[in-house]
Design a protein around this ligand. Sequence first.
Ligand SMILES: [Zn+2]
Length: 289
Amino acid sequence: MKTNFNRLYEYVFFVFVFLLIIFFIRSATYNFPGFSSSAGDELSSSLKTVTEDELSGDTTNTSSSEEERTSTPEIPMILIDPGHQAEPDYSRENAAPTLNSTVYKVSTGTRGVATGVWEFQLVLDVALKVETELKDLGYQVVLTRDRHDVHITNKERGQMAKEVGADILVSLHADGSSITSAQGVSVLSPAFNVSFIDGDRAAVSKTLSTLIVDELAKATGARNRGVHFRNNLSLLNWSEVPSALVEMGFMTNPEEDKKMQTDEYQEKIARGIASGIDEYFSSIADSEE
Ligand SMILES: [Zn+2]
């Protein structure tokens, strides 16, 4: 009897230490819930399976429920990038981590044909509304910029996602075209089958981009131009998390340009984007259950 008790004691202690190690591995490697390819995550999830199986027969042990509580994913963090800035920088930077071709560092973007408002102004107005919507839904939000007089290149904005610990990156832009009748919303997503974009990241980004463009079109009533896959956008290439670049409407279309300057329409855009992001995190939570 005494021996059995000691063995049980040793066993519980061993499991406790084991769970402690798993907890620290998860904390150190946790980046974003959309990814299961990280070696640390695979290791910890396989370890977790083993320990839960071992514990499943023991109804008096409370370690199992404690372990579940400590591995509950933290509140998702979204990095919102209001595209462009007041002063452009047309010097060049690498378009992607393993690519020698270069692109402009950062520009002012397009400009409203009817209102004269710059894209960098419009997207910050909308970004602040998206931030409010997301915070109301319980998310953590970080902005790449909260004013116009900054100098942050597109590569730096992409890299910022990992640096701040964001789960996803959503960059906000408005479209321009020489065809003034062009209108509607679209989302640009990292391309598949290019050496410098991880295939898993492209797939998860596609899910995110599709949910955002559909919810955005629904909320605004604008034409849904769908998701387009791009390999030449440094922000998408340098980001290491699932990313989407939203084109919220055409500033070269006089009607859409004027509409995008109304508070009411900006609220619809913000609600649509936030709703797409919320659905994305719900879909991840569902697939993990
Ligand atoms: Zn833009």
